[in-house]
Design a protein around this ligand. Sequence first.
Ligand code: ADP
Length: 531
Amino acid sequence: MAVRTRRERVLTFFFVPALVFAVVVLLGVTFRNSFQLEKLREQSVVEATLTLANEKADRLDKRIIEQDNAVLSLVDLGDREAFGQAWLAVAARQTPTISNVFLVDLGSKEREVVAFATRVPPLEAEMERRIFVRSILPELDLAEPRTQLRHLHKTVDRQSYLVSYWQRDVRGKNLLLVAWHDVPRVVHDLFPALYSERDQNARVNVVDESSRIVFGPSLSRGSFTLGRPFETTLYKWRVNVTLVSAAELTEAVARRRTLELALVGTSWLVVLVGLTVVLVAAARERKLSNLKSDFVANVSHELKTPLSLVRMFGELLQSGRVENDEKRQQYLQIIVSESERLGSLIENVLDFAKVERGKAAYQFSNANVRDVVSRAVEACRVRAQREQVELVLELADDLPATEMDERAIEIAVINLVDNALKYAPDGRRVLVSARRAAGQIEIRVTDEGPGIAAEDKKRIFERFERGRGAQSKQIRGSGIGLALVKHIAEAHGGRAWCEPAEPRGSVFVLSVRLREGNGHERSVASREATA
Ligand code: ADP
């Protein structure tokens, strides 16, 4: 079971949460700033648009009132005969949108138009006069204060009309002076003059009371389009303004926000991935270090057992107290096989150390697979006999010679047979076979043991890893045998794996790529191969 060190505990329980907290805070602050900044930007754009809309609306009011005042100063209210003559002389220049001027006697019973001056042809003038008397005059606001300039903006038969009017007392008579503005002319002449496209930053239009466009282009209904009614003159209509730069600004803001979000998201992801990598690496390191400690303990134990046997039987022989030759022979046999076991263990450890340091060098030569596998099996024969296991060798007839490191393959096969004898003690038979298969030679070692648990299948080929069964049954071992086999197989262009045997047991397979050549030395980067 992997035990966390103090530093790891600090990392997991303090540093990681602190880091996550810091990132969350950073994320929150970034978002808040971004939103606030956007709000401020929006606010300033709204303010700028509103100011512009006010200024545009006031511009029209000012122009109309200027003309109204011009009419008032030009018309002589006391002289009905020459009424409006002075105005008519300069009207086209000074009051271009005023087409008629009426003088009404408010004291008369019918509110009679007592004087009338016009700039339009007689027929049209007569029509406008009639509209004035019938639809406009009754609507005029004549309440106090009477002298004030007032405006009436009215729609009659879907036509918009605008009049400016004042009350004046002249020689005891209450008179009403009315200036009739030609609204189509306001639209066609005055609006373009006032709201021309010269202003690159803003787009302007004017809409009527039903929001139909009277002048100008249609404006997108973005958040930066603002409208304002004309305050005094065409008060049923409104002027709308869109800042051209505002649309760009909206886009820029949106783009920037997306970018900021993407950046923050990516950083968040990087931190998360980084953290995960650190934690996984720490966990792996912890596991590996525990495996290494187990390995040291296991190897020491493995060395100790045969050494004490050798020593014990050696001392017995030395003491001369061994009764007969048969016993002496038996003791000698034990000494030999235990020192063999010791030798192969040391060889394994040394080879593995080379692999670990990346110093594993293989001497490839054109070799006969039959010879190599037979030699390995013979090396294990005595032990198999002692354990009363039948060791069977089955070699296909068509096995060709191939490039391989004879000693390495021998070690790999010995490791596999050794495992079969070790982990399948109740099995009576271990079969070692070699055959040709799709550009490869497969060497298979089949036992009748307990087999391999599915979850152990891959793991047991990793360095220092031991199967659950081996640990629970306290079978001696160091966890490097199969890692070495895998490395050797991969160095030979093949691989190592295990599969279940029928009816029980497991088959360990070592494959070697078929290659014919003259032999050479090849170093193999072992870390990748064994990791
Ligand atoms: P070791 O034998 O020293 O533990 P190995 O790398 O040779 O190390 O084997 C790794 C693990 O694979 C063993 O601990 C054992 O659990 C499992 N194993 C290997 N060979 C066999 C086998 N023939 N039958 C069952 N389990 C096996």
